[in-house]
Design a protein around this ligand. Sequence first.
Ligand code: PXP
Length: 248
Amino acid sequence: MTKLGVNIDHSATLRQARYRECLDNKEVIIEPNPIEIALLAEKAGADSITAHLREDRRHIVDADIYALREKITTKLNLEMACNENVLNVALDVVPDYVCLVPENRAEVTTEGGLDVITNYDKTKKVSDALTEKGVVVSIFIDPDEKQIEYAKKMNAPVIELHTGAYANAWGNKQKRLIELERLKRAAEFAKSIGLTVNSGHGINYQNVKELLGAFNFNELNIGHTIICRSLVVGIEKAVAEMKSLING
Ligand code: PXP
């Protein structure tokens, strides 16, 4: 059965919009609390909680990662770039999973998969350091056979396929089906060489069933759509609705 990882970054984005300067001030009621969101998501059936600690600490901050490690009872999936400063946090916290992603300062969100061919040495070094600590490393890549081969060569046991191009093609059936086929082929190839295959980015209530019809992913990492839906129905219902779509 496909698992659901709930990405809570956007709850932290809302918090930072008001309380960036006073996160340590005990007199202030800070809202929303991403840890509370994570605990409710778990209660509603999330199999793991994902948080991206960015180099610029735009949404999730170090204290969130430590609090998640202490409080959640499912798995903690830390998303991070190959950056020494964040790596030190990861080596200290020891999340269950780390997903290595690219990062650039101007982006609104992660824009593309990590290019593991160009960044092989740097990525392998970070991946090895985490693996040595017992962290299960996943690499976020585009659905491209060469990238998958390099991820495998790196000894990371898991890849997360970037579903953004597929999600962005919604409204253009021909393009969408091409992207879906690309994901299907890439996922089947990755599985055939022994990798565990997750996917994420842009997955929502509208496209999730078709995506899962193409390949039985191990886990989907979903953030934006669940946080948006939670504004209307609450986080528990938003997670439960997604779980029920995933479980058919
Ligand atoms: N997986 C990865 C690696 C990501 O970078 C993101 C975006 O932060 C997601 C999944 C979740 O994407 P979305 O918020 O569009 O569901």
